[in-house]
Design a protein around this ligand. Structure first.
Ligand SMILES: [Zn+2]
Length: 335
Protein backbone atom coordinates (compact mmCIF):
# COMPACT_ATOMS: atom_id res chain seq x y z
CA UNK A 1 0.00 0.00 0.00
CA UNK A 2 1.30 3.42 -0.77
CA UNK A 3 2.41 6.16 1.56
CA UNK A 4 -0.89 7.90 1.65
CA UNK A 5 -2.49 5.51 4.11
CA UNK A 6 -2.35 7.38 7.32
CA UNK A 7 -3.58 6.93 10.83
CA UNK A 8 -3.63 3.17 10.75
CA UNK A 9 -0.03 2.33 11.58
CA UNK A 10 0.62 4.69 14.47
CA UNK A 11 4.28 5.12 13.47
CA UNK A 12 5.97 8.39 14.39
CA UNK A 13 6.32 9.50 10.77
CA UNK A 14 2.55 9.15 10.49
CA UNK A 15 2.21 11.26 13.61
CA UNK A 16 4.27 13.95 11.93
CA UNK A 17 2.02 13.83 8.90
CA UNK A 18 -1.03 14.07 11.11
CA UNK A 19 0.49 17.12 12.84
CA UNK A 20 1.30 18.75 9.51
CA UNK A 21 -2.20 18.11 8.24
CA UNK A 22 -3.76 19.49 11.34
CA UNK A 23 -1.68 22.67 11.23
CA UNK A 24 -2.39 23.15 7.57
CA UNK A 25 -6.11 22.79 8.21
CA UNK A 26 -5.80 25.14 11.14
CA UNK A 27 -4.16 27.82 8.99
CA UNK A 28 -6.76 27.60 6.24
CA UNK A 29 -8.86 30.65 5.53
CA UNK A 30 -12.20 28.97 6.20
CA UNK A 31 -14.88 29.45 8.88
CA UNK A 32 -14.27 27.73 12.21
CA UNK A 33 -17.32 25.50 11.83
CA UNK A 34 -15.81 24.00 8.66
CA UNK A 35 -12.40 23.64 10.28
CA UNK A 36 -14.09 21.70 13.09
CA UNK A 37 -15.95 19.59 10.55
CA UNK A 38 -12.66 18.76 8.78
CA UNK A 39 -11.13 17.80 12.08
CA UNK A 40 -14.04 15.45 12.88
CA UNK A 41 -13.91 13.98 9.38
CA UNK A 42 -10.23 13.16 9.53
CA UNK A 43 -10.50 11.75 13.01
CA UNK A 44 -13.33 9.65 11.53
CA UNK A 45 -15.75 10.68 14.26
CA UNK A 46 -18.49 12.13 12.05
CA UNK A 47 -21.72 10.30 12.86
CA UNK A 48 -21.97 8.62 9.45
CA UNK A 49 -23.94 5.37 9.43
CA UNK A 50 -20.90 3.09 9.67
CA UNK A 51 -19.75 4.98 12.75
CA UNK A 52 -23.27 4.90 14.21
CA UNK A 53 -23.35 1.15 13.69
CA UNK A 54 -19.95 0.83 15.33
CA UNK A 55 -21.37 2.65 18.33
CA UNK A 56 -24.41 0.34 18.16
CA UNK A 57 -26.79 3.24 17.63
CA UNK A 58 -28.15 1.72 14.44
CA UNK A 59 -27.98 -1.67 12.74
CA UNK A 60 -28.28 -0.28 9.23
CA UNK A 61 -25.06 1.05 7.79
CA UNK A 62 -26.13 1.46 4.17
CA UNK A 63 -25.92 4.83 2.46
CA UNK A 64 -29.36 6.53 2.39
CA UNK A 65 -28.54 8.10 -0.91
CA UNK A 66 -27.83 5.02 -3.03
CA UNK A 67 -28.63 2.17 -0.63
CA UNK A 68 -25.86 0.14 -2.20
CA UNK A 69 -22.79 0.63 -0.01
CA UNK A 70 -21.96 1.20 3.66
CA UNK A 71 -21.93 4.92 4.41
CA UNK A 72 -18.28 5.58 5.23
CA UNK A 73 -16.67 9.01 4.78
CA UNK A 74 -15.00 7.73 1.64
CA UNK A 75 -18.24 6.49 0.11
CA UNK A 76 -20.26 9.53 1.13
CA UNK A 77 -17.74 12.12 -0.03
CA UNK A 78 -16.22 10.49 -3.11
CA UNK A 79 -17.79 7.28 -4.36
CA UNK A 80 -21.55 7.59 -3.90
CA UNK A 81 -23.38 8.53 -7.10
CA UNK A 82 -24.52 11.70 -5.34
CA UNK A 83 -20.91 12.60 -4.52
CA UNK A 84 -19.84 11.97 -8.12
CA UNK A 85 -22.57 14.32 -9.36
CA UNK A 86 -21.34 17.02 -6.99
CA UNK A 87 -17.68 16.73 -7.99
CA UNK A 88 -18.61 16.80 -11.64
CA UNK A 89 -20.43 20.07 -11.07
CA UNK A 90 -17.49 21.50 -9.14
CA UNK A 91 -15.12 21.22 -12.11
CA UNK A 92 -12.32 20.61 -9.62
CA UNK A 93 -9.45 18.49 -10.88
CA UNK A 94 -7.70 16.28 -8.38
CA UNK A 95 -4.17 15.53 -9.52
CA UNK A 96 -4.43 11.96 -8.20
CA UNK A 97 -6.80 9.02 -8.15
CA UNK A 98 -8.80 8.46 -4.95
CA UNK A 99 -8.98 4.81 -3.90
CA UNK A 100 -12.08 3.34 -2.21
CA UNK A 101 -10.14 2.41 0.94
CA UNK A 102 -8.78 5.90 1.56
CA UNK A 103 -9.73 7.82 4.66
CA UNK A 104 -10.60 11.51 4.65
CA UNK A 105 -7.10 12.09 6.01
CA UNK A 106 -5.55 10.31 3.01
CA UNK A 107 -7.33 12.63 0.58
CA UNK A 108 -6.36 15.75 2.52
CA UNK A 109 -2.75 14.58 2.69
CA UNK A 110 -2.63 13.97 -1.05
CA UNK A 111 -4.09 17.39 -1.81
CA UNK A 112 -1.51 18.96 0.52
CA UNK A 113 1.35 17.13 -1.13
CA UNK A 114 0.24 18.17 -4.61
CA UNK A 115 -0.42 21.79 -3.60
CA UNK A 116 2.24 22.61 -1.04
CA UNK A 117 2.04 26.37 -1.35
CA UNK A 118 -1.55 26.85 -2.38
CA UNK A 119 -4.53 26.13 -0.16
CA UNK A 120 -7.23 26.87 -2.73
CA UNK A 121 -7.97 23.26 -3.72
CA UNK A 122 -7.90 22.10 -0.11
CA UNK A 123 -10.18 24.89 1.12
CA UNK A 124 -12.67 24.37 -1.71
CA UNK A 125 -12.69 20.57 -1.34
CA UNK A 126 -13.28 20.71 2.39
CA UNK A 127 -15.98 23.36 2.05
CA UNK A 128 -17.80 21.26 -0.57
CA UNK A 129 -17.58 18.22 1.73
CA UNK A 130 -19.03 20.38 4.50
CA UNK A 131 -21.98 21.40 2.29
CA UNK A 132 -22.48 17.72 1.33
CA UNK A 133 -22.53 16.72 4.98
CA UNK A 134 -24.95 19.55 5.82
CA UNK A 135 -27.33 18.55 3.03
CA UNK A 136 -27.08 14.87 3.94
CA UNK A 137 -28.14 15.78 7.52
CA UNK A 138 -30.90 18.06 6.30
CA UNK A 139 -32.34 15.26 4.14
CA UNK A 140 -32.19 12.83 7.07
CA UNK A 141 -34.24 15.35 9.05
CA UNK A 142 -36.86 15.63 6.34
CA UNK A 143 -35.36 18.67 4.61
CA UNK A 144 -34.99 19.20 0.85
CA UNK A 145 -32.42 17.30 -1.16
CA UNK A 146 -30.20 19.80 -2.99
CA UNK A 147 -28.78 19.18 -6.44
CA UNK A 148 -25.05 18.82 -6.96
CA UNK A 149 -24.99 22.20 -8.66
CA UNK A 150 -26.65 23.92 -5.69
CA UNK A 151 -24.27 22.31 -3.21
CA UNK A 152 -21.23 23.46 -5.20
CA UNK A 153 -22.69 26.95 -5.55
CA UNK A 154 -23.35 27.17 -1.82
CA UNK A 155 -19.78 26.14 -1.01
CA UNK A 156 -18.37 28.69 -3.40
CA UNK A 157 -20.57 31.53 -2.08
CA UNK A 158 -19.73 30.62 1.50
CA UNK A 159 -15.99 30.76 0.81
CA UNK A 160 -16.24 34.01 -1.13
CA UNK A 161 -18.32 35.71 1.57
CA UNK A 162 -16.00 34.50 4.29
CA UNK A 163 -12.91 35.72 2.48
CA UNK A 164 -14.48 39.10 1.76
CA UNK A 165 -15.45 39.49 5.41
CA UNK A 166 -12.05 38.52 6.79
CA UNK A 167 -10.15 40.68 4.31
CA UNK A 168 -11.83 43.79 5.65
CA UNK A 169 -10.35 43.43 9.11
CA UNK A 170 -6.63 44.28 8.65
CA UNK A 171 -5.55 47.90 8.17
CA UNK A 172 -5.35 48.91 4.52
CA UNK A 173 -1.94 50.49 4.54
CA UNK A 174 0.88 48.03 5.34
CA UNK A 175 2.89 50.86 6.93
CA UNK A 176 0.20 51.07 9.61
CA UNK A 177 0.44 47.37 10.44
CA UNK A 178 1.28 46.65 14.05
CA UNK A 179 4.48 44.67 14.38
CA UNK A 180 5.85 42.55 17.13
CA UNK A 181 9.15 43.88 18.40
CA UNK A 182 11.78 41.38 19.57
CA UNK A 183 13.28 41.94 23.02
CA UNK A 184 16.79 43.32 23.54
CA UNK A 185 19.45 40.87 24.68
CA UNK A 186 19.46 39.23 27.25
CA UNK A 187 15.70 39.45 27.61
CA UNK A 188 13.05 37.07 26.39
CA UNK A 189 9.60 38.17 25.41
CA UNK A 190 6.48 36.23 26.29
CA UNK A 191 3.28 37.05 24.44
CA UNK A 192 0.07 36.10 26.14
CA UNK A 193 -3.53 35.94 25.03
CA UNK A 194 -6.84 34.47 26.11
CA UNK A 195 -10.02 33.45 24.39
CA UNK A 196 -13.39 32.83 25.97
CA UNK A 197 -14.70 29.40 24.95
CA UNK A 198 -18.34 30.03 25.82
CA UNK A 199 -19.68 26.77 24.44
CA UNK A 200 -17.09 24.78 26.42
CA UNK A 201 -17.56 26.84 29.60
CA UNK A 202 -13.81 27.38 29.55
CA UNK A 203 -11.05 29.84 28.84
CA UNK A 204 -8.29 29.18 26.32
CA UNK A 205 -4.83 30.50 27.13
CA UNK A 206 -2.03 30.87 24.60
CA UNK A 207 1.51 31.92 25.32
CA UNK A 208 4.75 31.96 23.36
CA UNK A 209 8.28 32.86 24.51
CA UNK A 210 10.70 34.20 21.89
CA UNK A 211 14.27 35.49 22.02
CA UNK A 212 15.83 38.58 20.44
CA UNK A 213 15.91 36.90 17.06
CA UNK A 214 12.26 35.95 17.23
CA UNK A 215 13.04 32.25 17.71
CA UNK A 216 10.30 30.35 19.53
CA UNK A 217 11.76 28.83 22.71
CA UNK A 218 8.58 27.69 24.38
CA UNK A 219 4.87 27.82 23.72
CA UNK A 220 1.76 26.59 25.42
CA UNK A 221 -1.95 26.15 24.77
CA UNK A 222 -3.87 25.57 27.94
CA UNK A 223 -7.55 25.21 28.59
CA UNK A 224 -8.81 26.35 31.98
CA UNK A 225 -12.23 25.17 33.09
CA UNK A 226 -13.63 28.53 34.07
CA UNK A 227 -16.06 30.55 31.98
CA UNK A 228 -14.51 33.98 32.52
CA UNK A 229 -15.46 37.36 31.09
CA UNK A 230 -13.01 38.87 28.59
CA UNK A 231 -10.89 41.00 30.92
CA UNK A 232 -10.79 38.33 33.61
CA UNK A 233 -9.69 35.84 30.97
CA UNK A 234 -6.86 38.15 29.89
CA UNK A 235 -5.73 38.52 33.51
CA UNK A 236 -5.98 34.80 34.18
CA UNK A 237 -3.93 34.08 31.05
CA UNK A 238 -1.17 36.37 32.31
CA UNK A 239 -1.19 34.65 35.69
CA UNK A 240 -0.88 31.22 34.07
CA UNK A 241 1.77 32.45 31.60
CA UNK A 242 3.97 33.99 34.31
CA UNK A 243 3.84 30.67 36.16
CA UNK A 244 4.76 28.88 32.89
CA UNK A 245 7.72 31.23 32.30
CA UNK A 246 8.99 30.52 35.80
CA UNK A 247 8.64 26.76 35.41
CA UNK A 248 10.44 26.90 32.04
CA UNK A 249 13.38 28.68 33.68
CA UNK A 250 13.04 32.15 32.11
CA UNK A 251 14.20 34.77 34.61
CA UNK A 252 14.64 37.93 32.49
CA UNK A 253 11.43 38.39 30.63
CA UNK A 254 9.02 40.90 29.18
CA UNK A 255 5.39 39.80 29.40
CA UNK A 256 3.28 41.23 26.61
CA UNK A 257 -0.51 41.44 26.45
CA UNK A 258 -2.92 43.02 23.98
CA UNK A 259 -5.27 44.06 26.78
CA UNK A 260 -4.62 47.72 27.56
CA UNK A 261 -6.69 47.58 30.76
CA UNK A 262 -4.70 44.63 32.06
CA UNK A 263 -1.40 46.26 31.12
CA UNK A 264 -2.34 49.50 32.87
CA UNK A 265 -3.40 47.60 35.98
CA UNK A 266 -0.15 45.60 36.03
CA UNK A 267 2.13 48.64 35.71
CA UNK A 268 -0.01 50.62 38.14
CA UNK A 269 -0.94 53.46 35.80
CA UNK A 270 -4.60 52.89 36.64
CA UNK A 271 -6.25 51.05 39.47
CA UNK A 272 -7.12 47.44 38.57
CA UNK A 273 -10.85 47.02 37.81
CA UNK A 274 -12.53 45.13 40.66
CA UNK A 275 -13.11 42.02 38.53
CA UNK A 276 -9.36 41.44 38.08
CA UNK A 277 -8.14 42.98 41.31
CA UNK A 278 -7.31 39.64 42.96
CA UNK A 279 -5.64 38.13 39.89
CA UNK A 280 -3.48 41.23 39.35
CA UNK A 281 -2.34 41.10 43.01
CA UNK A 282 -1.51 37.43 42.61
CA UNK A 283 0.55 38.15 39.45
CA UNK A 284 2.45 40.98 41.13
CA UNK A 285 3.24 38.70 44.04
CA UNK A 286 4.45 35.88 41.83
CA UNK A 287 6.87 38.04 39.80
CA UNK A 288 8.96 38.95 42.80
CA UNK A 289 11.23 35.93 42.32
CA UNK A 290 12.24 36.76 38.75
CA UNK A 291 15.57 38.57 38.10
CA UNK A 292 14.01 41.13 35.84
CA UNK A 293 10.44 41.08 34.64
CA UNK A 294 8.36 43.79 33.04
CA UNK A 295 5.06 44.16 31.21
CA UNK A 296 4.31 45.63 27.84
CA UNK A 297 1.30 46.21 25.62
CA UNK A 298 0.95 45.48 21.91
CA UNK A 299 -2.09 45.84 19.68
CA UNK A 300 -3.86 42.65 18.68
CA UNK A 301 -2.13 42.18 15.32
CA UNK A 302 1.22 42.12 17.13
CA UNK A 303 -0.03 39.42 19.44
CA UNK A 304 -1.27 37.01 16.77
CA UNK A 305 0.84 33.94 17.63
CA UNK A 306 -0.46 33.98 21.22
CA UNK A 307 -3.98 34.50 19.89
CA UNK A 308 -3.67 31.44 17.62
CA UNK A 309 -2.37 29.35 20.51
CA UNK A 310 -5.31 30.49 22.65
CA UNK A 311 -7.75 29.53 19.88
CA UNK A 312 -6.00 26.19 19.49
CA UNK A 313 -7.24 25.20 22.97
CA UNK A 314 -10.58 24.32 21.36
CA UNK A 315 -8.77 21.14 20.34
CA UNK A 316 -6.78 20.62 23.51
CA UNK A 317 -8.22 18.76 26.44
CA UNK A 318 -5.91 20.14 29.10
CA UNK A 319 -2.69 21.69 27.84
CA UNK A 320 0.08 21.26 25.27
CA UNK A 321 3.62 22.57 25.63
CA UNK A 322 6.11 22.96 22.79
CA UNK A 323 9.81 23.45 23.48
CA UNK A 324 12.25 24.80 20.89
CA UNK A 325 10.21 23.32 18.06
CA UNK A 326 9.42 24.77 14.69
CA UNK A 327 5.78 25.40 15.32
CA UNK A 328 3.93 25.37 12.00
CA UNK A 329 0.79 26.44 13.83
CA UNK A 330 2.19 29.94 14.42
CA UNK A 331 5.00 30.06 11.86
CA UNK A 332 3.11 32.41 9.51
CA UNK A 333 2.07 34.68 12.35
CA UNK A 334 5.64 34.84 13.71
CA UNK A 335 7.21 35.68 10.36
ZN1 LIG B 1 -24.24 6.11 -1.56
Amino acid sequence: MEDSSLGRGGASSDNNKVKQIWWRIWCMNIPNKIRNFAWRAWRDILPNKVNLRRRMITKDELCNECGGEPETNCHMFWFCEKAKEIWENSKLVFPFHIEPWWSFLDVVWKIMKCNASNSELLETTITICWEMWKNRNAVRNGGPRSTGKTIVKRASTLLQDYRAATEEIPPTRPSEAVKWHPPDHPFYKMNVDATVLKELQATGIGTVVRDGEGKVLAAMSKRVLAPLATLEAEAKSMEVAVQFAWEMGFRDIICETDSLSLYQALVGSTEAPTCIDTIVSSILLSIQHFCCISFSHVKRQGNRPAHILAQFTRHVRDFVVWLEETLSLIEHACA
